[in-house]
Ligand binder design. Structure first.
Ligand SMILES: *Cc1c(COP(=O)(O)O)cnc(C)c1O
Length: 478
């Protein structure tokens, strides 16, 4: 670790500049009267450090970080787009930020959640939503528990679920947690589900349905999607749509119209909360009419413009999280959807697709593109054919030297040495051109000066880590 990262406690007394804060001149309480002497600390070694030093310390630390406010963040599958600051201002309004979930009068908050539900129903073609899940993966678990309870209620033993190998990694994990066993479907050369394999898998009576990520992790739209839902429904299965990556579809098409019964969204991707910030997030789950009774309680209902909770539904799977989910994330999503409107959302989706295809066309000149067709909001390159045995990791590390963030690497697993690039709709053409220029330059280096790429990063504070050692024996400061 670099020695210029210091903890604030180590900085104390380095340059003892006295603080300018004046001594208290109000009468102080006699401390012994309120705190017994045996509970009092004799000594508290706080650093003797001036305000200006503290400000500089934390500002410097923030500058060592990289975020979407610094530059492009093409981390595929994460939709690291720029989210307008106005949404952060709105969620901080005291009416939203100081409300308590148990307070009596919360009509405004309930109305906001109710309205957001209506908007997402319109966007996805569903008939009811729950906002309890705190993340996409928890939304998946919620949806799968609904599927499970639905079949149990119908006296059917269906404990298998079909998941294509192009689905997001959380899908099989959630299915397993919900008690399903998994039938994996291998995707074909086009990166899509072979319908004959699906039909074959659906022959078994104990298959509960399919869990589909669309666009899949290759960034490709399943062109036979309505056929897929038809085949599954024909055998009394249910269709689950992983809509964490809804960006390219906004205002264009809806999972409900494609025949899906359940969908989860990631508000912390598509709707104004950044993904990957360590939370909080929100993974609302939407269902068709037949499944509304299975949604977790409480569900908000409206009568004569008064908002309350529906009567407890025997079919409900119960609670997934305390209170009403991560309310702040819902406020931001509500503000974002309202600000953009139907036309704005459609433009956001179209720009996400346009930006990804722009990069795809320019980069496939130098980098191998395993699935060479029109992509959605992201696409996958690989390190096949790179000169001098340069790997995906080398490329990703060298990108850091040019002051940019690397794409997602080694995911999806079905492409060896994958680089999954998602520029998002909020990058300008100039920013995309700069990203291409850097990647082409690195390709030239890979040909002519491979050592520099193999040893990258050379300009960053932390150099290339021994990934194995770093995981086993992390050194968190010097
Ligand atoms: C991000 C993502 C998830 C998981 O969402 P989390 O909020 O990280 O749990 C699931 N599916 C897809 C397609 C995703 O991109």
């Amino acid at each position: 670790m670099n020695s210029n990262i210091k903890l604030i406690f180590e900085k104390g007394n380095e340059h003892p500049i006295r603080n300018y804060i004046p001594k208290m001149d109000v009468e102080s309480v006699e401390i012994n009267e309120i705190l017994p002497i045996n509970l009092q600390r004799k000594d508290l070694p706080l650093p003797d450090i001036a305000e200006v030093e503290i400000v500089r310390h934390y500002l410097k630390l923030s500058q060592k970080n990289y975020g979407i406010d610094t530059g492009i963040y093409p981390l595929g599958s994460c939709t690291m787009k720029y989210n307008p600051k106005i949404n952060e201002v709105i969620v901080r309004l005291p009416g939203f930020s100081r409300i308590h979930p148990l307070q009596e009068d919360k009509q405004g908050a309930l109305e906001l959640i109710f309205q957001l539900s209506k908007m997402l129903e319109e966007i996805t073609g569903m008939h009811g939503f729950t906002f309890q899940p705190a993340a996409g993966a928890q939304g998946e678990l919620t949806g799968l528990l609904i599927i499970k309870k639905y079949f149990e209620g119908h006296g059917l033993k269906k404990d298998k679920i079909i998941i294509p190998d192009s689905s997001h990694g959380t899908n099989p994990a959630s299915a397993k947690m919900a008690g399903f066993s998994i039938i994996e479907l291998k995707s074909n050369k086009e990166g899509e589900i072979p319908l004959d394999h699906l039909e074959f898998a659906m022959q078994e009576g104990d298959v509960a349905g399919i869990m589909l990520t669309n666009p899949n992790t290759l960034g490709l739209f399943e062109r036979q999607i309505t056929e897929i839902t038809r085949i599954v429904h024909e055998k009394e299965g249910l269709c689950y749509y992983d809509g964490a990556n809804l960006n390219p579809m906004l205002g264009i098409c809806r999972p409900g119209d494609m025949g899906f019964d359940i969908v989860h969204l990631n508000l912390h991707k598509t709707f104004a909360t950044p993904h990957g910030g360590g939370g909080p997030g929100s993974g609302p789950v939407g269902v068709k009419q037949e499944l509304v009774a299975y949604l977790p309680e409480p569900c908000i209902v409206s009568k004569d413009n008064f908002f309350s909770f529906r009567d407890y539904s025997e079919k409900s799977i119960g609670r997934m999280k305390c209170f009403w989910g991560n309310f702040g994330v819902l406020v931001k999503a509500h503000a974002y959807i309202n600000a953009l409107g139907a036309e704005g959302l459609r433009r956001a989706g179209q720009s996400a697709v346009l930006n990804a295809n722009y990069l795809r066309i320019l980069l496939k000149e130098k980098y191998y593109l395993p699935y060479d067709r029109m992509c959605q909001h992201e696409f996958v390159l690989s390190d096949k054919n790179l000169p001098n045995e340069i790997t995906t990791e080398d490329i990703a590390k060298r990108i850091l030297d040019y002051g940019l963030h690397a794409p997602t690497i080694y995911f999806p697993l079905i492409v060896s040495g994958a680089m999954m690039i998602e520029p998002t709709e909020t990058e300008s053409k100039a920013s995309l051109d700069k990203f291409v220029e850097v990647l082409i330059k690195i390709h030239e280096e890979a040909e002519n000066n491979p050592e520099i790429v193999k040893n990258a990063p050379l300009n960053t504070l932390v150099k290339r880590l021994d990934a194995v050692l770093a995981a086993r024996k992390p050194i968190l400061h010097d």
